[in-house]
Structures are given as structure tokens and as C-alpha cells.
Design a protein around this ligand. Structure first.
Ligand code: PEP
Ligand code: MN
Length: 339
């Protein structure tokens, strides 16, 4: 951390700043330039992070040098370890996996029908919510444990591992009986109790970016999970709120290369929630592959017009197969392949 002082700083103020730094357990180095005095802080920055240094008289700004997240930060040089959902490795070198299925598990036939179709088209994991975060309490809330049972049946038949959302710490024991990967949705990205709870689990966690969360906040949420001992976190860009109203959210494609540089964790993209519009999902899926995503989450429904949730953004099964063919052509252009 570096403190830049105001041009008008007095010697007494410098002494006061140095005394504070030393009280906090760090050492300081005062560097006098021709027009400014800069004070370097030496020692663990955590000791000082919460301290109100910028409000001390004579301080102009405080510039952190180290990143606030440690465990999720890129390990220099080492190849990033993949995270396994069942037997499917996400973030392992070249391969890009498709995690597909309906927004909500609506019934056994609906789920089995779409699981067979996405499997045939080349998806590697099945998604589907049994506990749904809905804006209205009067909207379909999910089938709960019945939905989890249907997911397990679909897995038994197709071999696809399952990704399903957890919203409440109290549901972890039941969801963990069935799921291969726990999804933490955008609305719960900063539910710190939930992050800590899944951090104590060994199941992989798919952590989605919050509706208005910065990249830094997403990485800090991932840090919560890793700091509890669970290293198996997969990050997901799912669109953020902007002033644009044409799309449901604005898919921040730039988050993909940014996060891949900042963190060793696999980075994925969800163009379904990222756009909210069926016909915009394939172009944004193609762009996500080109931008370096390690996996894509795509909502597909056997009959989207009748879907209980997110029908407008769910692909028809044929559209999904066509998209898979396109992605198989795009991936090699960026040194990847569709798993
Ligand atoms: C979902 O995946 O169906 C979902 C609710 O996603 P998000 O949390 O990104 O809105
Ligand atoms: Mn959805």
C-alpha cells in the first residue's frame, strides 16, 4: 500500500501518519520527491485494510498494491487446475463444456425429454433448478426434492452430471444428496452465510456474478468459498444491469478475459440470462467461446412457449443442436475444442 500525501502536507502531519501506520503494526518508508511526499507501507496489508487512512489529515490517496483476494488469484506459471463436475472437467486446457437444460425442472417427462436431447447434441452436464429464485413469491418456486429426484433419474439415464441451484443453507443436506455441482445464482452472490456453507462442502460450486456486482466483488465472493476450504469454484458471467433495456441484462463478455487473467478459476458464460432473448443467445454463445470461456450455460426447453420460467430465452432443441455445430467450428479458431 502506498500513501500519497497532499502537496500542502506538513512535517507534523507526516509524523502523525507514520505514527498511525506503526501503531497498526506496519513499517513505513517516507519518500520525498520534488513536489510530493509518498509513504510506502511495509508489512501485511491486511493489518491496515479496514483502517480509515484516507481520512487522516494530509493524506490525498491510499493506493493498494496487493489484490484483496489471495486464494482465487492466478498462480504464476502453474497450469490452472480444472474443476470436475462428476467426471467432466471444466477449465482443463483446450476443452469447452456445455452445461444445458431447462431453467426449472417442471416434471419428469419434461426433464427426461430435454436431457436426452441436449445429451444427443453434445452437452456434457445437465442444468435445471429445483429451488428457484423468483422475483415474485406467486411465481413457480420449483419442485424441491421431487425436482432433485428427477434430475438424478435423468443423470442415471443419460450419464450427464447435474448442476442445480441452492438458495438457502438449510437446503444443503438435501441438495448435496443429489447434485454434482451447486449453483449459487446471481441474487445470492453476496449471501455470505451461503458462501461459507458451500465452502465447507466438497461439491464444486458454480458461482454466478451478481446483477450489479463488479468483477472484484465476484472474486471476493469466490474467495469466501475457497477460504472455507473448498477450492472447487467455477465462475460465471450471466449479464449485469446497465442502462440498456433492449436485453434483459448486458452480457459483459470482457469479464471473461479479465477474470481469466486475474484468477486461475474456470470462467464460464451464460448467454441465456445474459440476454434474455432466444435469438440473441447463439451469437453471444459464439462470442463467449471466442472470448475464452471454459464452459457455457445454455437454457434449452422441449417446449419453451410453455416453460414455467425463462421460456423467452430458452432455445428450442433444434436451435441448440445447430448452435453446437457452430461452436464446434469456432472453438478451433481460438485453440479450443467443444468437449
Ligand atoms: C438460472 O440459472 O436459472 C438463474 C436463476 O440464473 P441467475 O442466478 O443468473 O439469474
Ligand atoms: Mn433461468
Amino acid at each position: 500500500m502506498i500513501i500519497i500525501t497532499q502537496p500542502s502536507v506538513t512535517d507534523a502531519q507526516i509524523e502523525h501518519i507514520v505514527a498511525r501506520i506503526e501503531e497498526y503494526g506496519l513499517r513505513s518508508q517516507v519518500m520525498r520527491g520534488t513536489s510530493r511526499i509518498v509513504i510506502g507501507l511495509i508489512g501485511p496489508e491486511e493489518l491496515i485494510r479496514e483502517k480509515p487512512l484516507s481520512a487522516i489529515p494530509g493524506v490525498e490517496s491510499v493506493v493498494p498494491v496487493a489484490k484483496p483476494y489471495k486464494l482465487v488469484a492466478q498462480v504464476n506459471g502453474a497450469p490452472p487446475p480444472p474443476v470436475a463436475i462428476g467426471k467432466v472437467k471444466i477449465g482443463s486446457g483446450q476443452k469447452i463444456a456445455l452445461i444445458s437444460g431447462p431453467c426449472s425442472v417442471e416434471g419428469k417427462q419434461q426433464l427426461l425429454s430435454i436431457a436426452r436431447k441436449v445429451k444427443k447434441a453434445g452437452a456434457r452436464a445437465l442444468r435445471g433448478g429445483a429451488y428457484k429464485p423468483r422475483t415474485s413469491p406467486y411465481s413457480f418456486q420449483g419442485l424441491g426434492e421431487d425436482g432433485l429426484r428427477f434430475l438424478a433419474e435423468a443423470r442415471a439415464e443419460t450419464g450427464l452430471p447435474i448442476v442445480t441451484e441452492i438458495m438457502d443453507t438449510r437446503d444443503l443436506p438435501v441438495i448435496a444428496k443429489y447434485a454434482d455441482c451447486l449453483q449459487i445464482g446471481a441474487r445470492n452472490m453476496q449471501n455470505f452465510a451461503l458462501l461459507k456453507e458451500v465452502g465447507c462442502s466438497r461439491l464444486p460450486v458454480l458461482l454466478k456474478r451478481g446483477l450489479s456486482a463488479t468483477i472484484n466483488e465476484l472474486l471476493m465472493s469466490a474467495e469466501y468459498i475457497l477460504s472455507e476450504g473448498n477450492p472447487n469454484v467455477i465462475l460465471c458471467e450471466r449479464g449485469i444491469r446497465t442502462f440498456e433495456t433492449y436485453t434483459r441484462n448486458t452480457l459483459d463478455i470482457s469479464a471473461i478475459p479479465i477474470i481469466k487473467k486475474l484468477s486461475h478459476l474456470p470462467m464460464t458464460s451464460d448467454p441465456s440470462h445474459g440476454t434474455g432473448l432466444r435469438d440473441k443467445v447463439p451469437p453471444m454463445a459464439r462470442a463467449s467461446v471466442a472470448a475464452g470461456a471454459d464452459a457455457l450455460l445454455i437454457e434449452v426447453h422441449p417446449d419453451p412457449d410453455k416453460a414455467f420460467s425463462d421460456g423467452a430465452q430458452s432455445l428450442y432443441p433444434d436451435q441448440f443442436s445447430k448452435l453446437m455445430d457452430e461452436l464446434r467450428m469456432i472453438a478451433p479458431a481460438v485453440g479450443r475444442k467443444i468437449a
